[in-house]
Design a protein. Structure first.
Length: 463
């Protein structure tokens, strides 16, 4: 991780051309832990080359798992001989998604020890619903010295109602329930695309999950999962970020390799603002307008407007004519980033922790700003693209957690953007897998040996 890198943008270049979207971060960080539910070899394709995936790959290796990248986007995980159900990897504490190992270990071993995820920059993010779900399946959960201890003699399927349609709780309960006796139903389940993707992956491995993508998921437990090959869906939020970048520069950008339906809520808002949106099987073209209309936006669970696009959208609304009201309903404190976009001239008044009033059009001008979290960083990039003069963004490590090669992709669209290191030298950081594994223990076998075992008769491989 290059903590002191900065991104420098000289704004007001109209973006033009095509950009290719990578695999979904939020699916990747669920599917990698999910692979540990299987006593087999999993090949996970279309993983984004981002820091969160690197950290998680190292985290599972620390549990004694053999995991190696065949190429920057394909990870082979061999968890046939996994016996450890404890995660102590330090970096995992800062990464909420490591809590998926709780569900995966609890299901497979009936016990798990995983760090309690910390808070984050947009509020307290409790795990009470995850824990209630595990308890409903028969597990005992204890917390001590920052760790969660889960154990059960047996897990038995039950009916679980989620007070909030939590993505994390839905996936975590699913991970444990695939190995529970009998049937588990999750009511008021999250419907986000990565919930469906994780369920599809588990089904490839032999799980019996029905209804993912609806608010009622039914899981019939199985004895054991085997290996398989799976391709992760495209990243809805990365795609949305480039769509917004196109709109804020009045550009003409085709965002490729996506599932347009996942972007319906954003496409609808961009149309309302005056942009032209054309959709094909796996792409969306956004043609900006010389003047944009203000619109109100309320974040909701899927298929509503995603909270992870709220900061970028707020930056865009700053350039529209009139007042827009942005209402955040998913997280308590997601407007933290506003102090930074205000430095660029955006006029956003957060009346309460949930409501931001955006006055437009604002004259956006370059300044030195700092990313406060991943999507806040994306909002600064988006605003910087529209700004007059130079925008210098520090704390790029947050952006690197979720965007593969963002500066090269935007440069490909005509943006004047570069990354510099601590010394101010221009650097190119992607793709970056090998540097991650240079200093870690070797697997003890070559990737060719792993690939050879994929042909073994007891390993199920699905295309
Ligand atoms: C996931 C995404 C994140 C996205 C969010 C909402 C991943 C790795 N991250 O986060 O990018 O912004 O969904 O789409 O997929 N809650 C509880 N108790 C719980 C769990 C959640 O009260 O046990 C609350 C949270 O505080 C929040 C709301 O439920 O207010 C939604 O959170 P959740 O859907 O769980 O988000 P994450 O899974 O953490």
């Amino acid at each position: 991780m290059y903590v002191l890198d900065r991104i420098i943008i000289n704004g007001q270049q109209r973006l033009n051309g095509s950009v290719f979207v990578n695999g979904a971060k939020n699916a990747a960080v669920a599917i990698i832990p999910a692979a540990l539910s299987a006593r087999g070899i999993c090949v996970i394709e279309n993983l984004p080359c981002i820091e969160d995936v690197n950290i998680l790959a190292n985290a599972i290796r620390s549990c004694g798992i053999k995991a190696e990248f065949r190429d920057p986007h394909t990870l082979i995980i061999d968890s046939r001989n996994l016996t450890d159900y404890k995660l102590t990897f330090d970096l995992a504490r800062n990464m909420r998604a490591s809590y998926y190992l709780l569900g995966a270990f609890l299901g497979r071993f009936k016990k798990a020890i995983v760090p309690l995820p910390g808070g984050c920059n947009f509020g307290i993010r409790p795990v009470n619903l995850h824990i209630k779900g595990f308890e409903k399946l028969g597990a005992t959960i204890e917390q001590e010295h920052g760790m969660i201890y889960a154990y059960a003699d047996r897990l038995v399927g039950d009916h679980i109602f989620l007070d909030v349609a939590s993505v994390g709780a839905t996936i975590n309960i699913m991970l444990a329930a695939v190995h529970a006796e009998g049937v588990t139903t999750i009511e008021n389940a999250a419907k986000e695309p990565h919930v469906v993707d994780t369920a599809n992956f588990l089904n490839i491995l032999g799980a019996k999950i029905k209804g993912a993508g609806t608010d009622n998921i039914k899981i019939t437990g199985v004895q054991e999962l085997s290996g398989g090959t799976y391709t992760i869906i495209p990243d809805q939020i990365e795609a949305g970020t480039y769509m917004i970048a196109a709109a804020i520069t009045g550009g003409d950008v085709t965002v490729k390799n996506i599932i347009p339906r996942h972007l319906d809520s954003l496409s609808a808002k961009l149309r309302e603002m005056g942009c032209r949106i054309e959709e094909g099987g796996d792409y969306v073209r956004v043609v900006g307008a010389s003047e944009l209309n203000s619109v109100n936006v309320k974040t909701m669970v899927y298929p509503g407007f995603p909270t992870d696009l709220q900061p970028q959208m707020t930056a865009l609304l700053s350039t529209a004519n009139g007042t827009s009201v942005v209402t955040e309903t998913v997280f308590d404190n997601r407007f933290q980033y506003v102090t930074e976009i205000i430095r660029l001239g955006c006029r956003v008044n957060t009346q309460t922790a949930q409501i931001g009033i955006v006055e437009g059009p604002s004259k956006i001008t370059g300044a030195e700003v700092s990313a406060t979290d991943l999507r806040a960083g994306a909002a600064l990039v988006v605003a910087g693209l529209a700004a007059e003069g130079e925008t210098v963004i520090s704390n790029v490590k947050y952006i690197d957690r979720g965007y593969e090669d963002i500066e090269n992709k935007l440069r490909g669209l005509g943006a004047n953007i570069k990354r510099v290191n601590e010394q101010g030298e221009i650097v190119n950081r992607a793709p970056a897998r090998d540097r991650i594994f240079d200093d870690t223990e070797t697997l003890g076998h070559s990737i060719d040996e792993v690939a050879a075992t994929l042909e073994a008769p007891n390993v199920v491989i699905s295309a």
